[in-house]
Design a protein around this ligand. Structure first.
Ligand code: AMP
Length: 402
């Protein structure tokens, strides 16, 4: 069964077509710079690659292009779009409402719209993608998979901020957490690798990419996570600050006369690794610069890893018993230095990594702890699209599309 996964960003659409239940990637692509006359279209099927630069006005037109590519007599993978039984949409915010993936109907769409103030940059393009794919793939089951869903098991003790309770009651200001599909995927994979039931593992999942978050998973369920009301809280990220004293924001506004829109830009786009290093938001460039003696790049790496370690310590305390720690996403999968520094000195707590295994492990699923480590440490490449495809496949099966 063919399942298409769609991830609409503000000016981009990523897509992957899987054959399920074999979990095989059949075709994939990315349209960027939507809204401009020089949008880029990248599409690949097996080893053949197609690239084009052209005008793509909006997400609707982007979806139309994807539908045409997938059915193209030469480049396509299906004869007819009705062969695509399900479309899985990544939706960033599902509020408190959606505890798992949902079959999309009018009610679900209205809720996604209702959550726009909580994710003003993400939910609108996600909605556009849904509406367009209903138009171009009318026979496919449409499923929404929410970044927030995995974290809906977090209790009020961990999700409430210590601000007047009315802000939660009236405005639903609380911790939501993000990257849920990734944390869930690697947590389930870890359970499989341990030969345990998915609800029989306690672990800490570190999603370290351009955006970073870390989650405490107890009995297979998220019980705390570092991102909060927005994706700005928690770890140091590519361009986001992560945790800061909220007093700094007041100081910016009241003493330095910085406008709220500028504060937003500083904390979301100019902080994190980029802000400290002054080099880049890309970890590779920072490592390269540090190796050439750039002290600020070195410091950025140290601060990044120190924050990861602090959260690991906190979540070890919260979990009481921890079976494993998993590193995933661009940095987590590819930067041994981050894994080593984040776990350095935690031997007394039962975490001992094998330095050689760690050094040689990039982007492969592997245990990197030594046999005497009480807590297993793994690198597990994330695959959010496959997780979305699996959920969509289950819905398509239930709807009798096989
Ligand atoms: P993501 O958001 O998961 O794509 O991760 C982006 C971050 O991962 C950037 O900081 C990259 O420098 C880093 N990254 C991605 N791929 C690699 C790689 N092959 N080697 C080292 N770092 C990488």
């Amino acid at each position: 069964m063919n399942i298409l996964v769609i991830n609409c960003g503000s000016s981009s659409i990523k897509f992957k077509l899987f054959s399920m239940p074999e979990n095989t990637l059949v075709a994939s692509g990315l349209i960027e710079k939507i809204g401009g006359t020089d949008a880029t279209i990248n599409y690949s099927k097996g080893t053949s690659i197609f690239r084009e630069t052209r005008k793509v006005s909006d997400h609707r037109q982007g979806l139309e292009i994807i539908a045409k590519l997938l059915t193209d007599p030469e480049r396509g993978v299906v004869k007819n779009l009705s062969e695509i039984k399900g479309i899985g949409h990544r939706v960033v915010h599902g509020g408190e409402e959606f505890t798992g993936s949902m079959l999309i109907d009018e009610k679900v769409k209205n809720k996604i719209k209702e959550f726009i103030p909580l994710a003003p940059l993400h939910n609108p393009p996600n909605m556009e993608g849904i509406i367009a794919s209903e138009k171009y793939f009318p026979e496919s089951v449409q499923v929404a998979c929410f970044d927030t869903a995995f974290h809906t098991t977090i209790s009020p003790v961990a999700y409430l901020y210590a601000i007047p309770y009315r802000f939660y009651q009236e405005y639903r200001i609380r911790r939501y957490g993000f990257h849920g599909t990734s944390h869930r995927y690697v947590a389930r994979r870890f359970a499989q690798l341990m030969g345990r039931h998915k609800y029989d593992v306690n672990l800490i999942t570190c999603h370290l990419g351009n955006g970073c978050s870390i989650t405490a998973v107890k009995n297979g369920r998220s019980i705390d996570t570092s991102m909060g009301f927005t994706p700005l809280e928690g770890l140091v990220m590519g361009t986001r600050s992560g945790d800061i004293d909220p007093g700094i924001i007041l100081y910016f506004v009241e003493n330095l006369g910085i406008k709220p829109s500028e504060v937003n830009k500083i904390l979301n786009k100019e902080s994190g690794l980029a802000g400290i290093s002054g080099v880049s938001n890309d970890f590779r460039s920072i490592v390269e610069s540090a190796s050439k003696g750039n002290k600020m790049a070195e410091l950025a790496i140290e601060i990044f890893c120190y924050r990861v370690k602090k959260y690991i310590g906190a979540y070890l305390a919260v979990l009481s018993r921890t079976d494993g720690i998993v590193f995933t996403a661009g940095i987590g999968e590819n930067q041994p230095v981050v894994r080593e520094k984040s776990l350095q000195g935690l031997e007394e707590l039962g975490i001992i990594i094998d330095r050689e295994k760690n050094k040689n492990c990039t982007a492969t699923e592997q245990e990197i702890s030594s046999p005497e480590s009480k807590i297993k440490v793994f690198v597990i490449p994330t695959n959010e699209e496959l997780a979305i495809a699996s959920d969509t496949y289950e819905f398509a099966k239930k709807q009798g599309r096989i």
